[in-house]
Design a protein around this ligand. Structure first.
Ligand SMILES: [Zn+2]
Length: 390
């Protein structure tokens, strides 16, 4: 038996598409060359307003529809697997059902031209096989039973197959590559499922000017015999991480957006010993909820505490601090906002309601202050906001 991977556009596959309402079958495509629903296939079942619509949504979003299988009978092609998807697309482009787009019911004919072009230009990846009937049946059973669906990068590798993909897989998809263990400290995913390659491609693509998605980058380099740009960019990112964060990598470093972090911060100078000390402190700080945010927080000069998702004072703590301050203020005849109390305007004696105040760390959290009652002080909202994010 012989198999061949081919790519057809939706326009080609639905050329001459006929849908038989009585028999509920998609009949022909590829200008009559393709029999969409041979007699042995089950009827079309996707016309439920969900699965058929999902197929069209996938095309509009640029998602692959998954592998399709044709049999070459010698006189024409028959759909072995994929008839539900093809029939959905064929029915849509011939105006048989509508989808919701931007809140409105839209048929193919009422879609904007760019959406119509996107659908018609979408590529369908097809295995065409030829062989004896017994071989075909056996194969059909195999793809139906053992069919682990291809993931996004595996599909891209098939779509853009060529010397570039071959070289890229040899570098990034070989689990015995001596570098894989080091990379796995920073990059999440299984090299054999092409997930390391996918990350490397997304980094180098985003660094292009203008930035490219993985598909765009692979399309542009499809015929390249080498992967120099991809390989050296990936190495630059990894070497930079190693040079800035010198300790044994923390598990929370795995899967961060290192490509983006490299692009944003690699031009800045860092003192690795100081960086390491801060990172270790923050990773072990119980107030820091987001360990993953520690690295960008330190890279950015500790200016954006939101990255750390620091635990804030709870309602009971704020109420207790408020009660304590307000009792003292009433006794002294001053404002219950300590900063207002030191001022000289009318607010110096103003008693704020709890809802008019916010909790502040007395010893700044960023300088080691704890999120506890004895480090909690209520300030009026203008004073608290004017102190900024400490
Ligand atoms: Zn105040």
């Amino acid at each position: 038996m012989d198999t061949n991977l081919r790519s057809y556009t939706v326009a080609e596959v639905t050329d001459g598409f006929i849908y038989n309402e009585l028999e509920a079958k998609g009949l022909y495509g590829l200008a009559g060359q393709l029999v969409i629903q041979p007699e042995y296939q089950r009827n079309y079942i996707y016309n439920d307003g969900k699965r058929d619509v999902a197929v069209i949504d996938s095309l509009l979003k640029g998602y692959p529809l998954g592998l399709i299988y044709f049999v070459d009978t010698g006189s024409n092609l028959e759909v072995l697997d994929g008839q539900q998807r093809i029939t959905s697309v064929g029915r849509f482009v011939t105006g048989k059902f509508a989808i919701k787009r931007a809140g409105r019911e839209q048929t193919f004919g009422s879609l904007p031209e760019e959406d119509r072009d996107r659908i018609l230009g979408s590529e369908l990846l097809v295995y065409v096989c030829s062989g004896t009937e017994a071989e075909i049946k056996e194969w059909f059973q195999t793809i139906n039973i053992a069919g682990v669906p291809l993931n996004a990068q595996e599909l891209r590798n098939a779509i853009y197959s060529g010397p570039f993909v071959t070289a890229a897989k040899a570098e990034f998809s070989n689990s015995r590559n001596a570098h894989q263990q080091k990379w796995s400290a920073y990059v999440k995913g299984d090299p054999k499922r092409q997930e390391v390659l996918q990350e490397a491609l997304s980094w180098v693509g985003a660094a292009q000017s203008p930035p490219q998605h993985i598909d765009g980058y692979m399309a542009a380099h499809r015929a390249d015999t080498g992967i120099q740009g991809l390989k050296s960019y990936f190495a630059s990112v990894i070497d930079w991480i190693d040079s800035v964060f010198v300790s044994v990598p923390d598990p929370s470093m795995r899967g961060l957006e290192w490509g983006r972090l490299y692009e944003t911060y690699h031009g800045r100078p860092y003192h690795p010993t100081n960086v390491d000390e801060r990172v270790q402190q923050l990773l072990s700080d119980p107030a820091v909820s987001s360990k993953k945010g520690v690295f960008e927080y330190v890279l950015g000069g500790e200016e954006d505490p939101r990255l750390l998702d620091v635990r804030i004072f709870d309602r009971a703590t704020k109420q207790q601090a408020y009660n304590r301050q307000t009792t003292e203020a009433n006794a002294k005849g001053t404002s219950n906002c300590p900063l207002c109390a030191h001022g000289s305007n009318a607010n110096a004696t103003r008693i704020y309601k709890l809802t008019e105040m916010e909790a502040d760390h007395v010893a700044a959290w960023s300088r080691g202050g704890a999120t506890t009652l004895d480090n909690c002080e209520m300030l009026c909202i203008p004073h608290n906001r004017s102190k900024g994010n400490r």
